[in-house]
Design a binder for this molecule. Sequence first.
Ligand SMILES: [Zn+2]
Length: 85
Amino acid sequence: MKTTVTRYHDFSMGHAVTGHKLIDENGNETLIKGGCYNLHGHNYRFYFTIESTLNKLDNVGRILDFNELRPSCVLGLNKLGIISF
Ligand SMILES: [Zn+2]
């Protein structure tokens, strides 16, 4: 039996992309600042899915304690450049 569980975490971050300029219809950079030029924030939702083919649950009925995935999630977000430490 295959069991799939998906969970998400919401997080917010701020940034400023000082070189962000709007591009015109010919693909040329304009002098107009893009939406990410000034310091501001974005909200994100990060989904992760685990799948188990083992027919075994832990003592509280889970295929895995998601807390065990936290370090991998943090490393993945760091690798994507979303967070840094
Ligand atoms: Zn932005």
